[in-house]
Design a protein around this ligand. Structure first.
Ligand SMILES: NC(=O)CC[C@H](N)C(=O)O
Length: 200
């Protein structure tokens, strides 16, 4: 059975996610068809979704304008996997602490945009992640931190004691950019090894 993976493509680093999903599917022995989502009507056909990084105010505005926001909420409510990275994590959260971001409330977390200080606008760090045997090469670019999580949210990794990888039911949120490295383990974990039943 071929699974359909949607990459939300209103703005941000789309092709890198598409390539990472293809690598992750191959590693998991699955066949996948990747579709880019710029308009309503495609998300309902998708088994799994990636919500890329980019600029969260722009992404959230375009999702609402196109009516894709409601479709993503329905996807999550149906217990289907979502990987939300960086700006995608901000958009997926319950609270971006910024009125310009209309959040999807797919993840019971409050995030703090651009949280890792000026001199550290971008950095790469080997990160221990729950569920992975070896550290993941995590690339942070003007990354958000997760300031607060609800009790159903599992913290998978931290930097400076702040959560940077979390999971709630079918949704995995990452502060960093797993699509920018050759390592496909987090796409595989989030999209092809997700728990079968939703917990929300
Ligand atoms: N690399 C990213 O996705 C950065 C996110 C960006 N700083 C925002 O707040 O939208």
């Amino acid at each position: 059975m071929t699974r359909t993976a949607g990459v939300v493509a209103v703005q941000g680093d789309v092709s890198e996610h598409a390539a990472a999903i293809e690598r992750a599917a191959a590693a998991a022995g699955e066949s996948v068809e990747v579709r880019e989502i710029r308009e309503a009507g495609i998300v309902p056909d998708c088994d799994v979704l990636a919500l890329p990084g980019g600029e969260s105010t722009t992404i959230s505005r375009l999702l609402a304008q196109e009516g894709i926001d409601e479709e993503i909420r329905d996807h999550v409510a149906a217990g289907k996997p979502v990987l939300a990275t960086c700006a995608g994590l901000i958009v997926a959260s319950a609270d971006a602490r910024d009125d310009r971001v209309a959040t999807l409330d797919a993840l019971d977390a409050a995030v703090e945009r651009n949280a890792f200080g000026r001199q550290k606008d971008s950095f790469e760090a080997p990160l221990s992640v729950e569920g992975l045997d070896e550290p993941f090469p995590a690339v942070f670019i003007r990354a958000p931190a997760i300031a607060e999580v609800g009790e159903d949210v599992e913290v998978l990794a931290t930097v400076e004691d702040r959560p940077v990888a979390v999971r709630q039911g079918p949704v995995v949120g990452l502060s960093f950019h797993p699509e920018l490295v050759a390592d496909e383990r987090l796409h595989r974990l989030a999209l092809f090894e997700a728990p079968a039943a939703a917990t929300r």
